[in-house]
Design a protein around this ligand. Sequence first.
Ligand code: PLP
Length: 390
Amino acid sequence: MAKLTGSEKGVGTRTANLGRDREIAGDFVNPPVVRASTVLFENAADMHSGRTRYTYARRGTPTLDALAGAIADLEGAAGTVLCPSGLSAISTAILSFVLAGDHVLVPDAVYGPMRTFASDVLARLGVAVEYYDPTNADTISSVLRSTTRIVYIESPGSNTMEMQDIPAIAEAAHRAGAIVIADNTWATPLYCKPFELGADVTLLAATKYIGGHADLMLGTVSGTAECWQAIRRFHGATGLCVGPDDAWLALRGLRTLEVRLERHQGSALRVAEWLAAHPAVGRVMHPALPTDPGHSLWQRDMTGSTGLFSFTLANADDAAASVFLDALALFGLGYSWGGYESLAVIGSRGLERSFGGAAAGSEPLVRLHIGLEDPDDLIADLDQAFVAAG
Ligand SMILES: *Cc1c(COP(=O)(O)O)cnc(C)c1O
């Protein structure tokens, strides 16, 4: 089979073929799960040459490289490193670039555990973190400083789903000499190309849609040619690596990503539209709905939407939201998302915002992940839970 060299083929063709190397897999369709620490060299000269493809499993194996290469191709990156979780992809992306005294700008709707990383780790290292309004790209210039090293983007944001104007933010950041790191977990490289929008580094919680089956933890960090060496150096120096089984499962998940996302997208839109018409619902936060404040940005910058969105319960409190969640039969109550199964959480519980609660409002916010079940069944389940919650 000829090696796939670039982005000229359709996405289904690429997800079916990326990471397949006949030199490694032989006559088999899939690469082997290479369980390894030590790599043996032909002779002492090879051992010290630094020219052999593999030197030690922490620095790469055929299984790990197949996945990293496939993600790099889909993101359009110069290279990709694999991390043991999405959160470690966040910390790797940031720590690859910051020095003591640097300033980092983080959107207010950022993934919650990122705030803990900022306060518990970055602050201790002398890196100043400041939160900015994700929905107002015009204000970014006023918060950029001469010491700003990173402008972080997560679009849409966690729980409240605010879309960000990536090109406008990237332009302001670059003018100030900062780099842009974008969390691309929600849209995946299939529906958003952050590098084309001006990002310098992208990251994915591959735990979510890439894996797609709620059975692994994994993260990826990808960079442009200018940023890639710094990421690779930090990743190598800190000894980050992932197990071969997780990488292999993620590669298997990738094969079906396009068809799974189509189903997640269609079902989530159906459920979101149904919710928007329901009297017990306050607001539906889903950027692919024409009524969403981020809709025009979504339309401009993304080619699809996925299965995760939120809504508020009108005239209800957290206790009523708990009754609603407990009444759900098909939605599991659990963290994470991106698997084949539907999930629900109260997204407003413990929601931290520096810009007040305006984004979420005072109504309880329920975050749904719409899985691959039949959407009619999911809607019926939500319907009976509304009745149960009164
Ligand atoms: C879940 C998530 C992460 C972290 O991924 P883990 O694999 O759970 O550590 C990062 N970013 C976003 C947007 C997420 O939803």
